[in-house]
Design a binder for this molecule. Structure first.
Ligand code: CO
Ligand code: ZN
Length: 333
């Protein structure tokens, strides 16, 4: 699982440009799939059919987003400094000083206009990317070129650090769940979605096409367990989080009950999640077509949307266990 997570997080795939990561996922899941489809938005849709003897298979959509936050060139100045804007939630405080890599392979470092004002807020429209150019003419990137953080994966015991753990951690958990499920009485759609970071766009289109009865997003959740962080109960290493609420949705209580009962029966540690910032693909699945009973399983992650997000490997393993326990049996939600 660690090797897969390393490969996935070291791949560059900002919102709208998910091809590279989709190829890697496809290689992993192809041998495990009954049907494979890529829709117009680039969502990778993997179906695992119910066993023939299954009486009342439930159509369940699982979603983990493949894309990551990034930056996009808005203009170049005379000296070849690259001005940019955000793609998704790239915050100034995490972007300054970062290295970024463009899809064409060009790398750059992010600088700030007025270093003496560094202790004030850090809006990214006061930043630029220095790609080593000396003029507009020899600048190796153009307006519209897109980049994301450049950072390698590191291990600190069970704590793993990488860029784009949001949501490659979720992608890894879905792949490992598909691998662990030998057979299922349910009709399962594992969807690796696009453009979550710019407004959960891929998941809505995918859900419309699939028309599931039940939806579950697998994404990360920020924690409240670092010094002076905002007050939230989620902690690293205490198990997967069963979402009750975030800024975009109220989880369906029937789905919440299903998740909690499965965790308690299988003795898998879990946490209750009320998230004060952000949302996930689940909000889009829930309100697609005439509505879908939807919940979310979240993997606790520190430093979300920085170039060094941190996850606990045990939370990922327990997420796989919980999903496998939930999906391997008939569902009465
Ligand atoms: Co995110
Ligand atoms: Zn996410």
């Amino acid at each position: 699982m660690k090797q897969l997570l390393k490969t996935l997080t070291e791949t560059l795939a900002p919102s709208g440009y998910e091809d590279a990561v989709r190829e890697i996922i496809l290689k992993e899941v192809n041998p495990l799939a009954d049907e494979v489809r890529v829709d117009a938005l680039g969502n990778l849709i993997i179906r695992k059919k119910p066993t023939k003897s299954s009486k009342n298979p439930k159509k369940i959509m699982l979603a983990a987003h493949m894309d990551e936050i990034g930056v996009i060139v808005s203009h170049l100045d005379k000296k070849g400094f690259v001005r940019f804007t955000n793609v998704g939630g790239a915050f100034g405080r995490y972007t300054l000083g970062a290295r970024v890599r463009f899809l064409n392979g060009v790398t750059g470092v992010v600088g700030y206009d007025r270093l003496e004002q560094i202790d004030n807020l850090l809006p990214i429209n006061k930043m630029y990317i220095d790609v080593g150019a000396t003029s507009k003419e020899n600048c190796p990137v153009k307006v519209g070129d897109i980049a994301a953080f450049e950072r390698s994966f590191i291990e600190m015991g069970d704590r793993l650090v990488a860029k784009s753990l949001d949501d490659r951690a979720g992608v890894t958990v879905l792949i490992e769940t598909l691998r662990a499920l030998k057979s299922t009485p349910n009709d399962l759609y594992f969807v690796f979605t696009t453009q979550e970071e710019v407004g959960t766009r891929g998941a809505g289109a995918a859900a419309f096409g699939i028309e599931p009865e039940i939806g579950i997003a697998v994404d990360v959740t920020p924690t409240g367990d670092t010094p002076a962080s905002i007050k939230m109960v989620m902690e690293l290493g205490k198990g997967p989080c069963v979402k009750f609420r975030d800024v975009g949705m109220i989880s369906d209580p029937r789905v919440v009950d299903w998740m909690i009962q499965a965790a308690e029966k299988a003795k898998i540690p879990y946490q209750r999640e009320v998230l004060l910032i952000g949302s996930s693909d689940a909000k889009e699945i829930q309100i697609s077509r005439a509505g879908v009973k939807t919940g979310a399983l979240s993997i606790p992650v520190r430093y979300v949307h920085s170039a060094s997000e941190m996850v606990d490997l045990n939370d990922m393993k327990n997420s796989v266990k919980l999903l496998t326990a939930m999906l391997g049996k008939p569902v009465s939600v």
